[in-house]
Design a protein around this ligand. Sequence first.
Ligand code: NAD
Ligand code: TYD
Length: 380
Amino acid sequence: MAPYVARSGCAEGDAGRQGCWRRLFVTGAAGFIGSAFVRLVLAEEPDCHVVSFDALSYAGSLDNLRDLDPLRHRFIRGDICDAEAVRAALASGADAVIHFAAESHVDRSIAAADGFVKTNVLGTQVLLDAARQCGVRRFVQISTDEVLGSLADDAPNGFAEDAPYAPNSPYAASKAAAEHLVRAAHRTFGLDTVITRCGNNYGPRQFPEKLIPLVLTNALRDEPIPVYGDGRQIRDWIHVVDHCRAILAVLRHAEPGTTWHIGARNPRRNLEVIEAILRAVGKPTSLIRFVKDRPGHDRRYEIDPSRIESCLGWRPLVSWETGLAETIRWYRDHAAWVERARSGSYRDYYVRQYGTALGTPPPPRIAVATGAARAAVPSR
Ligand code: NAD
Ligand code: TYD
């Protein structure tokens, strides 16, 4: 068995290895990244068949899996914590499990962590057990750079794969715990597992609670943009399709027991991102509202993707400018999708999170002058 370490060099088999993964079992497939992955696989891998398994939580929607080839794609509604349902769904056979399903929003994990522990930790263990029992040949754990915590302001490089765990939010802690269970399944039972850790994704079909779709959907409706703290936090942005292409490369080529950082070398401060969106949709920076900071807010996420670049030859193909413009176009062109996402329980969440109702216009008095917001944008 290959030693389970988050190696920083290339393993002998990396890139040379070519697994045969025709039947994929994708959890969380009705969510933002899972649905992009299913679409990519069906478009690029003519021999692949996909089973999408998703509980359809507030963040998942069958709208995200519309118009897929019914001969190569099947949807099963189910909860990853339900061992019987998972085993039944896996019984028809799968070469690989690609595990996206999760509670994924930091603010919700701060408000109530129990659902995160259940889905992200227990659910992952249920899937690992079922994968072993059903003879699955590879298990891909979709993880996050957030398990490593906040990078120092003056650190010259992003986190490498062997950086120590330091999760700071309940969400990040639950994802770190899931990684430990994946590691244990590899070490103890010899399950072929790989872990990917990515930075912040953006693109079509992202639920509007996350920064970019929140700014975009609020701005298009002339609603206030809530900015936590000073807005100078740094996130490492990648287009969702580039992330999914990297996952495919890891699925096909990575050695068992390895961990991979996926990033587009695109760190940006939050205010820079927000202002770019406002400019692109022709809305004033006076929509910005600085609000109370997120507790435990990580200042800087940045990962070093050197290993996947050099060992698997992966590179991001979508530039920030093109990706953001396409994303903005998608949200403009899919008003019905946006309205559905912003209705129902999201409205209650919004009031709880921001203390104002969704759809409330900004008060007439401008709280943040355009110049002040501009001055806050860093020069990096
Ligand atoms: P998302 O919230 O958009 O989608 C999560 C999906 O999981 C939804 O379709 C939901 O219905 C489903 N789900 C939730 N609980 C479930 C359960 N108990 N059983 C079955 N399905 C369930 O999340 P996303 O942004 O697409 O993230 C997908 C994965 O990628 C997550 O594991 C997340 O930690 C990871 N990730 C996300 C980002 C990002 O920027 N969004 C970055 C790095 C890693
Ligand atoms: P988010 O999209 O929640 O992703 P994550 O916290 O997992 O990185 O947030 C991205 C950044 O934007 C983060 O620094 C928090 C900030 N943010 C705001 O300033 N206001 C908001 O309303 C939200 C949702 C996020």
